[in-house]
Design a protein around this ligand. Structure first.
Ligand code: PMV
Length: 361
């Protein structure tokens, strides 16, 4: 697949107006994407669990307009007009216009809401950008007289989402998604996410992710800035090679269901991501003291009880606590008793592995 294959042929249908709604989930990477080339091409492959409960629900209303010289859209979050979101969407529209050439033909109203608190520090860009991309694909489908295969629809939705926010390309489907060309996963691509095609042990079915909201504030360093600091980073090339190795190591782990090895690999990935931040120039730290308190508590509990509890981190202070469904009773009890106290306002979100976005309307 090349970019050119996502440029549509002339549309066969005219549509005056319409309305589409998609709900799309967030995802959490096990092998992390950190560092990108031009046009949101990742420096290394990544693999993620799609989440189930942390979602963005977006309705796109569109109406044909006379003047097709520029974009025309409004954005609402939770029913409130949000002009502050417009520059991000405008940038996205500019990036994807060549692939969805109808953007200037319509006036759009974007109404969006998240199932998780807006300022929770949970990245809404993955769920938000994927929901938006899916809405645009639904418009394209109508303009193409519905003659688009499901495979093409999902691939192109992932491709468009990637141009909005890299990791968003892993939110279209579930339950495990790989993005970034590599030798381990056949059919993998830098352009879009693909479903992990190999055997996955039952231990990972309904895998739990309890997200501990340690710090809900604005991040001091955005992921865009963080990715860019991988240019000329002294350890970048080794890190990129390590991501390929870790993906290769993960394959037999996913197949055998070896939870101890799984935990070692994902925790090492999380700490490596943050080590890259700490060794950038300028360097920065996104973990907070309570992030470390939680990590140490998890390690102590695991040592004491043998429970298969592990953690991962994204580009922030929050901790994703990962564990198998069958151990959830005892682990959730531990989380409530010992970890929630380290969260801002004791806030946490119970989620689990999910199966991707759904069209609502
Ligand atoms: O999609 P972005 O540009 O926000 O980058 C996300 C990067 C990490 O969340 C840290 C890792 C990942 O693979 O999701």
């Amino acid at each position: 697949m090349t970019e050119a294959q996502f440029i549509p042929k002339a549309y066969t249908n005219t549509v005056e107006q319409g309305k589409v709604t998609w709900e799309s989930p967030s995802n959490i990477a096990l092998v992390k994407y950190w560092g990108k080339k031009k046009n949101q091409i990742p420096e290394n492959p990544s693999i993620s669990f799609t989440l189930n409960n942390c979602k963005t629900i977006t309705t796109l209303t569109f109406e044909k307009k006379e003047d097709t010289s520029d974009f025309d859209f409004e954005v609402y979050l939770d029913g409130e007009k949000k002009d502050g979101f417009k520059p991000k969407i405008e940038t996205f529209f500019k990036r994807v216009e060549a692939y969805v050439p109808f953007l200037k033909d319509y006036k759009f109203v974007v109404e969006t809401r998240n199932t998780f608190p807006h300022s929770s520090g949970i990245a809404s860009s993955a769920s938000g950008m994927s929901a938006m991309a899916l809405c645009l694909m639904s418009v394209e489908k109508q303009l193409s007289s519905n003659e688009i295969s499901e495979e093409y629809f999902n691939q192109k939705a992932s491709f468009l989402a990637r141009l909005g926010s890299g990791s968003a390309c892993r939110s279209i489907e579930g339950d495990l998604i790989v993005w970034g060309e590599n030798e381990v996963v056949k059919g993998s691509s830098d352009l879009f996410g693909v479903k992990y095609p190999y055997a996955v042990h039952d231990n990972f079915k309904e895998y739990q992710d309890t997200i501990l909201l340690v710090d809900k504030g604005e991040k001091q360093v955005s992921s865009t800035v963080g990715h860019n600091l991988m240019f000329n980073h002294p350890y970048a090339q080794n890190r990129f090679a390590q991501a390929h190795d870790n993906l290769e190591k993960l394959k037999p782990i996913l197949e055998s269901g070896n939870l101890d090895e799984f935990i070692s690999l994902i925790e090492s990935e999380a700490l490596t991501l943050h080590a890259m931040m700490m060794t950038s120039m300028p360097y920065f730290i996104l973990m907070k003291p309570n992030t470390l308190e939680i990590i140490n508590k998890i390690w102590a509990f695991r040592k004491e009880t043998g429970a298969h509890i592990g953690f991962t981190l994204d580009a922030g202070a929050n901790v994703h606590v990962l564990y198998p469904k069958k151990e959830s009773e005892k682990i959730l009890e531990f989380i409530k008793n010992e970890l929630v106290g380290y969260c801002q306002n004791e806030q946490y979100i119970c989620d689990q592995i999910g199966f991707g976005a759904q069209q609502v309307q």
